[in-house]
Design a protein around this ligand. Structure first.
Ligand code: GLA
Ligand code: ZN
Length: 684
């Protein structure tokens, strides 16, 4: 449990009373009660108010709000407010300001605007965390610490402090300049470094440019890669420093910071090790299919090995930063809230409680609209959900998500794949991973989204899409997993480089070659719109069609022990293997040499899963219906979500039980779901 002082699914979200006249506060509390809101996130952007100058701290408003909330039984997720520094700090200590990609020193403005290596920023951020924890350590409303906010949200800094810290970080990583020169292959383009001071931050003034298709361009991938590692670690250091200060006063209150799903800049696998509970903000783009936020929930849950996470933010209705900000239609907010719970969230929190009067978020959705009262569609829907979550009590808390399939996801690999020059700019790591995830999702098969450091032994199938970078020890680990009976699926553009983006020589896929029983001689990249075909050697069989389209990348592979399951249909390499499987121990290792149409992935992966005894959560996959199981003390809870705009009936096969909210039993193995409806079935 996140905090046993609040043993139900937490309900509420970001609350900014500091933006409002005191007169509004009591009205807020009245509305919270009506909506069943019992946890608010406070003080996320309160720094300027709390510390008007270098030596003055004034928490009067916060004391008052915390006490009022407590009197009403509302718990607090307390922000440390360090995501936007006060203006006086920027004026007096310009080292808190970032230097941007083009080398320009920024001025005060925006948020997430600090340099993570600024001594001034670190000093005052830690001091603020200390002041707050000392002050509120015994406050009964305090449930969890919310350090900073969406770390990494603004640009990357390239100031002199960052550059000096980068050199220090490199010294620790490589020890000697010889080792660094070797690791980076600096003989290329006359880059040999003679002195640590020769090394500069990679940005538009040195190695990088903003390339087409949203990619980073760099002349030296290994330098850019290390700067990304260093920068993620620099910001993490800020988090750790605040967390340490807090722990001195409140060792038993959990600390978190709100993550952002597949957020490129920060290696969340490193971050999660220092967080007591993972929390994250769910804002899927306007065209994202439901499988996308599902994948993000699974990624966030898997950061701490399946431990339930906090849904820290979502909008009750609309956001404000897309070209057109559509409303969530009636029922959709409830559906998306339960999607999070179905995948391991123990909180349902919103941004924000009340729409602000001015500045860029005034048109961002909120529980309390500008109308200011409870007679709105959004408020009514929020209040209905509030009632349900109260009724659920602690039933679902701490229940674990059940999955026998895992997808490997790796931030360093992501960075490397998308900065490398060639063979194609079309390859987008998260989109590519999502294709595999979506194949499972559409087949109704549950998956975890794990790191290469995770324990693989509990999974029957492990999928490693585009594992371009093979980190030390990973090849051995995958071999052991397969030898012991696991099924491994990996793909084109895997096994190419080591952790420093240096190619593993001797033929692709490098360290994975023996395990896969193949070698790839060349990699062909197809321009968009050009295709090849995958021709199944067995023809139509076991749910697979005789042929499918493929494209983007085509590896030209030779077998070295693997069995050929499909070949290319076109081009000068027609007839060469496109899909192979190698039997290793009691397991098998698959290699898919090209990026296929999604129908192939769904047909093929569900067949591999079925052959390893992995079956869908509910027997018949229905388009737009999502089903998951969370389990606690031997009791399984089935979540069935209808993402369709139309009602439908879902066949549960032999599963039976009763609706957790209504108590109604499942009749004839079937349940009816209205549009955007959700049912939670306590299985028997
Ligand atoms: C983020 C931030 C919030 C708010 C929302 C708006 O998640 O953490 O402060 O800006 O976005 O969607
Ligand atoms: Zn800096």
């Amino acid at each position: 449990m996140i905090n046993s002082n609040k043993s139900k699914i937490w309900y509420g979200g970001d609350y900014n009373p500091e933006q409002w006249d005191k007169a509004v506060w009591d009205e807020d509390l009245r509305l919270f009660k009506l909506a069943g809101i019992d946890v608010v996130t406070l003080n996320v952007f309160g720094w300027a108010k709390n510390q008007p100058d270098e030596d003055t701290y004034d928490f009067g408003w916060l004391d008052e709000v915390m006490d009022k909330l407590d009197a009403d039984g509302v718990g607090v997720c307390l922000g440390t407010s360090t995501a936007a520094h006060p203006a006086w700090m920027a004026r007096k200590y310009p080292d808190v300001l970032q230097v941007d990609f083009n080398g320009h020193k920024r001025k005060f403005g925006g948020r997430h605007n600090f340099c993570p290596n600024s001594p001034t920023y670190r000093k005052y951020a830690v001091r603020m965390a200390e002041k707050l924890s000392e002050r509120y350590k015994d406050h009964p409303s305090l449930l969890v610490w919310h350090i900073n906010n969406e770390y990494g949200g603004a640009g990357t800094c390239y100031c002199d402090n960052c550059e000096a810290a980068f050199r220090q970080w490199l010294k620790e990583r490589y020890g000697t300049l010889e080792a660094l020169n070797h690791a980076w292959n600096t003989a290329f383009w006359s880059h040999i470094f003679y002195d640590w001071e020769d090394i500069v931050a990679p940005n538009a003034l040195s190695e990088e440019w903003n390339a087409a298709n949203g990619r980073m361009g760099t002349y030296f991938e290994s330098i850019s890669l290390d700067y990304m590692r260093f920068y993620s670690a620099s910001i993490l250091e800020c988090f750790k420093l605040e967390a340490e200060a807090i722990k001195r006063y409140t060792p038993n209150i959990p600390v978190t910071t709100n993550l952002m799903g597949a957020f490129k800049k920060l290696d969340y696998h490193q971050w999660a090790k220092h967080m007591d509970v993972v929390s994250w903000d769910n804002y899927p783009g306007p065209d994202a299919p439901p499988s996308y936020p599902a994948m993000m929930h699974d990624l966030m849950r898997s950061l701490k090995d399946g431990q339930p996470f906090m849904l820290m933010e979502q909008t009750p209705s609309q956001v404000n930063y897309h070209p057109a900000n559509s409303l969530k239609p009636p029922g959709a907010m409830r559906l998306r809230s339960y999607q999070a719970v179905a995948r391991g969230a123990d909180t349902v929190l919103f941004f924000q409680m009340r729409r602000s009067v001015g500045a860029c978020e005034k048109f961002h959705g909120a529980v309390i609209e500008h109308a200011g009262h409870e007679n709105t569609r959004v408020f009514r829907e929020c209040a209905e959900l509030g009632k349900e979550l109260t009724a659920l009590g602690d039933t679902l808390l701490d229940a674990r998500f059940k999955a026998k399939v895992a997808i490997l996801f790796d931030w360093n690999n992501w960075w490397a794949v998308e900065m490398t020059s060639g063979p194609t700019f079309a390859l987008k790591y998260v989109d590519e991973v999502h294709k595999y995830y979506a194949a499972l999702y559409r087949s109704g098969i549950a998956a975890d989204m794990i790191s290469v450091e995770a324990d693989l032994s509990k999974y029957d199938v492990v999928i490693a899409p585009v594992m371009y970078m093979v980190k030390q020890g990973v090849a051995d680990k995958l071999e052991q997993y397969t030898t012991n009976g696991g099924a491994l699926i990996t793909t084109y553009f895997s096994g190419i480089v080591n952790e420093n983006d240096q190619v593993t020589l001797g033929g692709y896929p490098g360290e994975l070659r023996k395990l896969l029983g193949i070698w790839a001689e060349e990699i062909d990249a197809l321009p968009s719109g050009r295709h090849n075909r995958i021709i199944l050697t067995e023809g139509e069989s076991g749910g697979l069609k005789p042929e499918y389209e493929c494209g983007m990348l085509c590896d030209l592979i030779h077998t070295e022990g693997a069995e050929v399951k499909a070949v290319y249909g076109d081009n000068f390499y027609r007839g060469m293997p496109a899909l192979t499987v190698n039997k290793v121990g009691t397991g098998e290792a698959w290699y898919l040499a090209t990026s296929p149409e999604s129908a192939f992935l769904q047909d093929w992966i569900s067949q591999v899963c079925a052959s390893r005894g992995v079956i869908p959560v509910v027997p018949k996959a229905v388009e737009g219906v999502e089903a998951t199981i969370r389990s606690k003390d031997g009791q399984d809870y089935l979540f069935v979500l209808n993402h369709n705009e139309t009602p439908l009936t879902v066949d549960l096969g032999t599963l039976t039980g009763s609706n957790l909210l209504t108590g109604r039993p499942v009749l004839d193995g079937k349940i009816e779901l209205a549009e955007y409806d959700v049912q939670i079935i306590k299985l028997t």
